[in-house]
Design a protein around this ligand. Structure first.
Ligand code: ADP
Ligand code: MG
Ligand code: MG
Length: 516
């Protein structure tokens, strides 16, 4: 371990040197083109046979698939007008033509109101049309061959050599979290390492696999994304969206005053609300909402992180389980009742309270409490609201901190809309927020490090007497699935690799740049 520690330090030192040498450039390895070399199309036949031919997945959801399908449409005069151009709010004439051609009802509603909802209905009509004959034609084209080649690159085995390791970001229950950089593209990530020996000793296999499997199904700007899952000799690694701005706990307590300004409270609460909504739509209860688990990025947007306790509810079923963090558990969780999504809305109430007051709702500042007393207060006591709470904030917290989940805001028929339409959120335009076009009220200082000094983070202890066996491999194999399609493809596009490598033809001619 001493040796790995030293090598890690050396690596991160060399890493910083590397950044200086490349002049703050893109940070790609000089061998990046080799790392992303396309296989010959003849090597893609197995993939072609097994790939599920689902229009939505291949041409809408996967970013590279979408780009290639659009290039295909662009190449066909009769499909060219199907490319949808829409600026902020407005709609181009081409789009209106598409609408005229493929959706009668759609055009009628368009004449009544030029809103985005109508437009969504229209794109539905358009996709229905495109998923027919054009999709079949596409699969015979060179653009689809190219898609298969990208897919093969995406599915290359992932090892630690694909990344550079930089500074230590934090410490979790099973290992450390480090800043990483993908060598091929230069994109920065956070790598959460789960030490195999720790996982085994703490019987954390099911939990680790659960976290990984939930993360890979998510795709929201308000929840950290999983881009890669792989293993090394010692650890299981989750490569996640890097969040450099610190956690909300740090911002509430360590920035001079305790508590945050009302506009920040509203903004963070609104983004958390969207993140929870995304999880809930997939029938996932998060169960661990607390300031520590909400992380800020460089721009001041937040994402929900640490999905170790999240669980997927099977169709219409409830779960039971006293899990979460002392002080943040909902009464129904403490009471060991069956519950659905309700603990998360309780959690949102606690979070808004704590961001506002600079203390959690059931504990006075600096007070030390035993677990039983904390649980009693949560189940029985009414929380108090000081002068710092505005009327709307107080009302909002009260409704979320309703003891009986059946009466709680968010848990009734209107669901999340009941929450979003509360006066507390009157300044928030949720549609714009979801689209990522709202400027955060606070931008972290790029030179600051919003966490305790890395020197103060204890070295990760080693576990003795745990032997890894053959049988452990079954679990490692399930974990070690490599790149996750959407984040990997996003990385390729965002970092410019797609544009530079997606060249067609022997002359290296590339289709004209399109305005996506
Ligand atoms: P655990 O599940 O073991 O508690 P976490 O997921 O909470 O592990 O990660 C441990 C710590 O690592 C966090 O408290 C945070 O400081 C840091 N961390 C985790 N994920 C990220 C990320 N995506 N970006 C930056 N730092 C992170
Ligand atoms: Mg944690
Ligand atoms: Mg965890």
């Amino acid at each position: 371990s001493e040796v790995t520690n030293i090598t890690n330090r050396l690596d991160s030192f060399l890493g910083s040197v590397n950044i200086i040498i490349s002049g703050g450039g893109k940070g790609r390895s000089w061998k990046w083109k080799d790392m992303l070399r396309f296989p010959h199309i003849s090597q893609c036949m197995e993939l072609a046979k097994t790939l599920e031919r689902d229009y939505y997945s291949l041409c809408v959801k996967q970013p590279i698939g979408r780009q290639l399908f659009r290039l295909f449409c662009q190449s066909k005069p009769e499909l060219r007008h199907c490319l949808i151009h829409y600026g902020r709010g407005g709609m181009s004439s081409e789009c209106v033509q598409v609408v005229e051609r493929y959706g009668e009802g759609c055009r009628e509603s368009l004449e009544e109101q030029h809103s985005r909802e109508v437009f969504i209905d229209c794109t539905d009509d358009l996709h229905e049309y495109l998923s027919g004959a054009p999709f079949l034609q596409y699969q015979q084209s060179m653009y689809f061959d190219r898609f298969l080649q990208w897919k093969m690159v995406e599915r290359q085995p992932v090892t630690k050599h694909i990344f550079r390791q930089y500074r230590l970001l934090g410490k979790g229950g099973f290992g450390e979290v480090w800043a990483f950089q993908a060598r091929a593209s230069g994109k920065m990530y956070a790598c959460k390492k789960l030490e195999k020996t720790h996982v085994k000793k703490g019987k954390g296999e099911a939990m680790a696999l659960n976290e990984k499997q939930i993360l890979e199904t998510l795709n929201s700007r308000f929840v950290v994304s999983l881009a890669y899952a792989y293993e090394t000799k010692q650890s299981l690694c989750l490569v996640l969206t890097i969040m450099n701005g610190g956690d909300l706990r740090f911002h509430i307590y360590n920035m001079g005053t305790s508590g945050l300004e009302q506009d920040r409270v509203q903004f963070y609460a609104a983004e958390v609300c969207c993140g929870l909504h995304h999880l809930h739509q997939m029938n996932i209860v998060y169960r661990d909402l607390k300031p520590e688990n909400i992380l800020l990025d460089d721009n001041g947007h937040i994402r929900i992180s640490d999905l170790g306790l999240a669980v997927t509810l099977s169709e219409g079923n409830l779960v039971r389980g006293r899990v979460g963090t002392l002080g943040y558990m909902a009464p129904e969780v403490i009471g060991n009742d069956y519950y659905g999504l309700s603990p998360d809305w309780w959690g949102l109430g606690c979070l808004v309270y704590e961001m506002t007051a600079g203390r959690s709702p059931f504990k006075r500042k600096g007070e030390r409490l035993i677990g039983k007393e904390m649980e009693r207060r949560i189940q029985e006591e009414e929380e108090e609201y000081g002068k710092i709470f505005s009327n709307e904030t107080k009302d909002f917290c009260r409704l979320l901190l309703t003891k009986d989940p059946r009466d709680r805001l968010g848990c009734q028929g209107s669901g999340v809309y009941g929450i979003q339409s509360h006066p507390f959120f009157r300044t928030i335009n949720f549609r714009r927020l979801e689209a990522g076009v709202i400027e955060p009220p606070f931008k972290p200082d790029p030179r600051a490090v919003y966490c305790q000094d890395v020197q103060d983070i204890d070295e990760f202890s080693t576990v003795k007497g745990v032997i890894l066996e053959r049988a452990d491999n079954d679990f490692y194999i399930k974990f070690n699935t490599g790149s996750v399609a959407i984040p990997w493809q996003t990385e390729m596009i965002e970092m410019g690799c797609f544009k530079e490598l997606n060249v067609f033809g022997p002359q290296g001619s590339r289709p004209p740049d399109l305005d996506w």
